[in-house]
Structures are given as structure tokens and as C-alpha cells.
Design a protein around this ligand. Sequence first.
Ligand code: PLP
Length: 465
Amino acid sequence: MNWSERSRHAVWHPCTQMKVHEQFPPRAIVAAEGPWLIDDQGHRILDAVSSWWVNLFGHNFAPIREAITDQLHRLDHTMLAGLTHPPVVELSERLAALTGLGHAFYASDGASATEIALKMSAHSWRNQGRPGKHRFIGLQGGYHGETAGALSVTDIPLFREAYAPLLRLSATLPSPDPRRAAPGVLAAEHLQHCVAALEAYLVEHHAHTAAFIMEPLVQGAAGMAMHDAAYLVAVRELCTRFNVHWIADEIAVGFGRTGTLFAHQQALGADGQPVRPDFICLSKGLTGGVLPLSCVLTTDAVYDAFWHDHTTHGFLHSHSYTGNPLACRAALAVLDTFEARDTQGLGVLDHNRVAAARFNALAEPLTRHPRVKAHRHLGMVWAWDIDVGEPTFAARFHRAAMDEGLLLRPIGHTLYAMPPYVLTEADQRHLIDGCLRVLDRVLPECDALAGSPVATPTDRPLNMA
Ligand SMILES: *Cc1c(COP(=O)(O)O)cnc(C)c1O
């Protein structure tokens, strides 16, 4: 048996109906170079989703590899309770300088960062004599991870429904995604309507609300739904006015994905300075997609609420691998890469702007494709809503794209690209040309199936996030 066959017997794959692998076994990847994955048959596959939105500078990126290797020879791991080490100190100081949030708490994945932010928020209110402030608010289509606490602020029914009895659901408020505007309502009016809804909710419920959690600028799992930065300015103002924490989940959008180092930094307050959340959750790109690490950054005010003579006033949350030194070194290499300048004084974000403009030009035939009914672009995220009714579109597209040497996983009818920042022009062409060929092949299949009353079990949609 080859790796694919052995895997589908022994490995329970994430976000997957395993029965589907009976017919379509998972591709076995044995090597990677830059944005390319290489399978056990020697096929090259362009990683156009950055391996679930984590990879920034391609695979096998020398600065990260060397930082980890160097650290491995010094200190592999040590617990972080009662002990500390240089990489975690340096990383925390640098993240504080970049965000203005001076207290960094670590975990190993994004969902745990969400859990930490929720627990820290409610506990800080309790420590301040406000134990009634323990409820949360999320947004329609919001995604914050899949542990029980994170699922309770996630509004993706596909991931949540089976566990509904296990969760204490948060309030879900309207998303500023302009596609959700009522017919005839302009995007700016829709945004104001969403702000008004948040205000109305807070007027009534602020005394019981600990925090509002949201993904700034791009709601990833909702299908790369994008909104205007003006929404964040209003959120900051309302959360301050009603004494509710604002948790910015930058797990997917952090580290240059939206064009600025952090997405919320595109929202400028009345003083002309970027708005500042009370909590920032980071993961995914934090280590350039190489090692698991997540981080919650917060303010002096939250930190001070835990400063006390009693142990139980402290934040007693912990994970075994909290602040792993190898992962912290990878994160430091990521920050170094963002700070580096070429001979013309240009950094990663400048190069991304140039690469994005080139990609937009190359993507014209896709953007203008007769079956693309809407398209969006921000920073290094692109999305095209395809006019297709057949629910198996995403799974079919994914499989056909693999045959074209492309890793793409549409969400419902939304095709998106979230590639590493290092695509050459040839890589970009491969991506666009591949998408066009896959659409040509898959849309007729989907059109033939649409309306057909009988679907075979393998025609059911894969859970494509
Ligand atoms: C991926 C993601 C998470 C969860 O991170 P995991 O590491 O998968 O647990 C949370 N929030 C957002 C916005 C994400 O994209």
C-alpha cells in the first residue's frame, strides 16, 4: 500500500468525511520548495491556499529553517511556568512594540488563542467586581476555531450544528459583509446598519457582555467576506463607550495578509492613529506556517486586573508547550523578514503590493469570466463568487485543481486564492490559467447535475473550508 492508502486507514483527517477518501485518497506530500508541494509521484502542486492560510514565505524558507536549527542546538523546549527563555522574551517585546499591547500569553493553535482571550476577558471583569460580564458577541459568518469555547462564538453551522448541545452560544450580530445588504441597500448604508445593530445590542446587554470578538477586514471561513475598515473604527468607539472588550482575531489576517502587518491597523481613529483592540489573537502566519504557535496580546488594563496577592486572581490557564522556543525563533525570523529592506529600501509589504497588482492584471480573464458574479481582493487575498447552484462544486473544483497542479479549496461557491507571498509571475500564471481550465471542466459537470434529483453519496459536498 502506498502512503495515500495507508493514510486513509490509519489517519483520521481533519475537516473530512473519511468515506470520501475511499474513492479519492489523500495526496501524499513528501517534499516542498517555495510555494510548491511535491507528492510521492513527483507531481508539483502550487500551494495557493498557503496550506490552510499559514504559510507566508513559501515552504523550506531558509531564514526560518536556520533560526529553528540554531535554536535546536541551544534549547529545544522548556516549560514556561516559573521559567523563561530568550526567544519568548524577545518575541513578546517585539510584538508589544508592533501592536501597543504589552502582555503576551502563548498557546499552540488558533482555537486556544480564542479560548484564552474569552477566558481572560470574562475573568478580568470578575476580578474587577463585575462577575455578571461573562457573555460574548460574535458576527454572522464569524470563525474563531473549533474547540467548544471557540465554536460558541463561531457562526458556521456546518462546523457547529452537531455540537450545539455542548455550547453556550454567543449573540450573533449582522456582518458588515456588503453581500449581506438587503436588496437596494448600499454597502455604506449596510455598514451603518451593522454598527447600529451592535449599538442597540450593547445598550441593552452591556452589563452582561464581556467582549465582542471578530475577524478584522476579512471573515475567512465565511468565504473571504470583506468589509470596510470604517466598521472597526465604529467597533472601537462602541466597545469603549459600553465598557466591553474588543477581541481582534487576527489569526488568519495578521502578518501582512491584508496589506498591513495587522489588519486592524488599517482603521484610523479620530486622532489619525490606528485603532487599538483590547485583545489580539495571532497564530497561522506567526511562525510563517512552519511550527504551531499562537499568542494573545492584551492591554495593561486587562493585565492589571489579575495583579493580586491571591493565586486565584491570576490567570491560571496553561498549555504544555506554551511559548515553545523553536516556534518563538520561527516567529522572530518572520518578524525579521518583515523588517528587512532590499537595496531600494522596499520590504515584504511593498513587494506584496507590486505582486498583487501584477496578479490582478493576470487574473482579468478570471475576474471577467461570465460565471463570476462577484470578486474581491485585499492585500494577498482574492475571492471570486461563482454562479453555480450545484453543492458539489467546491469538492469537484478541488479535485480537478489537484490534477492541474493546484491546491485550491473553494468555500461553497466562492473560489479563493490566499497564496504564499513568494509567487513568481510564472506561478501566478499557473494559478490563473489552472483556475480557468478547471472552471471549464467543472462547470459543465455541475450544470448537468444541478436540478438532478438523485445525488449519489460521493456527490455530497466535502466540508470544504
Ligand atoms: C484558523 C482560524 C482559527 C483557528 O485556528 P486553529 O489553529 O485552526 O485552531 C481561529 N480564527 C480564525 C480567524 C482562523 O482563521
